[in-house]
Design a protein around this ligand. Structure first.
Ligand SMILES: O=P(O)(O)OC[C@H]1O[C@H](OP(=O)(O)OP(=O)(O)O)[C@H](O)[C@@H]1O
Length: 184
């Protein structure tokens, strides 16, 4: 359940700063798709969308991948509509099975990295042959887990709360086709 009203969500959008337009995001997705194609087109990958945030990127990225692949999902969350993360909660473990698969995990944002780290550990533990990761945005700061590198990154964002294109502002605005930074 959202902690704000739709009216408050509208105010947040009016006060926000536009970071990337939908055209800029489209160009970033073209670049990501080319790199993913070069790496995975011949490896029969299983693409796992991380719910909820990863579904918008997932849909637009998948439409740019013109080779055989399969799609599944997982649902791990640690923000739950807040702007600060907590413990990871698993709502759905990866489906279908990742055992012996080449897996590409698709999420909206790489922030403090706890979510991706847990997801990659789970997938490796479940016996995946190889695991790659793709995110729409990397938030720039020095609070990432040491040694955790995302394979495919679309755009860089500053160390502010961002929303749009799958990323929520207190559960609203995943449906925006651009990316905004919330007023601080
Ligand atoms: O790098 P981190 O600091 O771990 O944050 C990144 C994660 O946070 C968001 O998920 P959230 O928990 O908000 O769930 P949601 O996808 O349902 O919004 C986002 O979709 C990433 O999965």
């Amino acid at each position: 359940m959202a902690g704000i009203t739709p009216e408050q969500a509208l105010v947040a959008l009016q006060e926000a700063e536009l970071l990337y337009s939908s055209t800029q995001i489209g160009s970033a997705l073209d670049r990501m798709a080319a790199l993913i194609t070069a790496e995975l087109a011949k490896r029969d990958p299983l693409v796992l969308l991380v719910m909820n945030g990863g579904f918008v990127l997932g849909a637009h990225l998948l439409a740019r991948l013109h080779f055989p692949l399969r799609v599944g999902y997982l649902h791990a969350t640690r923000y739950r509509g807040h702007t600060r993360g907590g413990e990871i909660t698993w709502i759905a473990h990866p489906r279908p099975s990742v055992a012996e698969q080449v897996v590409l995990v698709v999420d909206d944002i790489f922030d403090e990295g706890d979510t991706l780290q847990s997801i990659l550990a789970e997938i490796r533990q479940a016996g995946a042959h190889a695991v790659y990761s793709a995110v729409l945005v990397n938030k720039r700061h020095d609070r990432k887990p040491a040694g955790l590198i995302v394979d495919f990154v679309g755009l860089e964002v500053p160390d502010r709360y961002v929303f749009g294109y799958g990323m929520d502002y207190q559960e609203y605005w995943r449906n925006l086709t651009a990316i905004y930074a919330a007023r601080e």
